[in-house]
Design a protein around this ligand. Structure first.
Ligand code: HMG
Ligand code: MG
Length: 307
């Protein structure tokens, strides 16, 4: 099998992860977390979200978080934007990349952004046009790309139609999400296989949650299809407030281990990544699910007690 030499990781923990945390995380803790992720070598970090603070109060401090980050010319800090109001705030914060997000399932979209798929695409068109005019690049998300918590299995043709609409509107990349973490590699081959009949792999990213423990298997399916961009979340933080039962995203530590073991370069230092994740974990009051994080903690404890 011809795997790529390197892949791009889009770190979504500060957004997809923290949006789901019940306890308010202080702004300075978020800033330290994101700075730590960048220091570990992550180059694409979705730092926050300009959604309605009424819907996601945890990320109401988006402007302050972005203002507090260490400027690093080689790191792109992006943010989620659902509408023109979100774009105004993103422009004020000086972000250079935004992500608009819709779904392949009508019911999920209604729960998540209170819009039909068609309404969301109508809402995004001027947002994307204005963002591009301001020199801000745009990513798109298609949630419930495989399975929906309300509608069950999603037809691959729906995923293709929404992905094409986002690319035609001006997104340079579309991330197809397994929002509830239920997909298996056969789903990935089928749906992403269809997309690849008309779209280049370079325009697609995969976004797996790990509710049923299938995320890494799905990454391998994606790699076999030629996909080279994967989203993941430090420690396996995450979930989606509007996807009942969805647990964390694929953990970045576990993704980095797998890819490195397969000889694929990620540019991420696993020990430094663990430092950033562990510092955040101290504020969550629970252990994060990443297997590599647990292994690193155990190895550090063993080393500390061995001399
Ligand atoms: P709405 O309530 O239908 O719309 O929300 P609205 O226009 O009536 O707005 C309600 C209030 O919010 C108003 O304030 C607006 O001004 C304000 P009021 O007049 O009541 O005082 N408002 C805003 N404030 C700040 N920034 C804004 C903004 N927009 C409105 N941008 C809306 C519609 C889309 C805004 C809402 O549904 C929303 O924000 N939804 C976001 C939900 C969310 O963040 N979900 C999680 C992210 S998606 C995800 O996790 C999936 C993903 O990871 C991929 C995957 O896993 O599949 C990406
Ligand atoms: Mg997600």
């Amino acid at each position: 099998m011809n795997y790529p030499e390197s892949i791009k990781i889009v770190e979504v923990g500060p957004r997809d992860g923290l949006q789901n945390e019940p306890a308010t995380i202080p702004t300075d803790v978020k800033i330290a977390f994101i700075n730590g992720l960048a220091a570990a070598g992550l180059k694409q970090i979705e730092a926050t979200s300009f959604v309605s603070p009424k819907w996601v109060p945890q990320l109401a401090d988006a402007i302050d978080v972005l203002a507090g980050l260490e400027p690093r010319p080689d790191v792109c800090y992006s943010a989620l934007v659902p509408n023109s109001k979100g774009l105004e705030r993103a422009i004020e914060a000086g972000v250079k990349r935004i992500a608009v997000f819709t779904a392949a399932s009508e019911s999920f979209n209604q729960h998540n952004i209170n819009m039909s798929i068609a309404q969301s695409l109508e809402t995004f068109q001027p947002v994307v046009t204005q963002a591009l005019a301001h020199g801000i690049s745009v990513r798109g998300y298609v949630s419930t790309g495989f399975v929906c918590p309300y509608e069950g299995n999603i037809a691959k043709e729906k995923v293709l139609a929404v992905t094409e609409a986002l690319l035609e509107m001006g997104a340079d990349e579309v991330s197809v999400g397994d929002t509830i973490g239920a997909a298996a590699p056969t789903d990935v081959f089928e749906t992403i296989g269809l997309l690849l009949k008309t779209l280049p792999a370079s325009k697609l990213a995969l976004h797996f949650h790990d509710t049923y423990g299938t995320a890494l298997a799905n990454v391998v399916a994606g790699l076999e299809l030629g996909i080279t961009t994967f989203d993941s979340s430090a420690g396996g933080l995450g979930g989606c407030p509007y996807a009942p039962g969805a647990s964390g995203n694929l953990a970045t530590e576990d993704l980095v281990y797998l890819l490195t073991r397969m000889g694929i370069t990620t540019g991420v230092d696993l020990e430094k990544l663990a430092d950033a994740t562990l510092a955040l974990q101290g504020h969550l009051g629970r252990e994060l699910p990443s297997k590599q994080l647990k292994r690193i903690v155990s190895a550090r404890q063993k080393a500390a007690c061995s001399s």
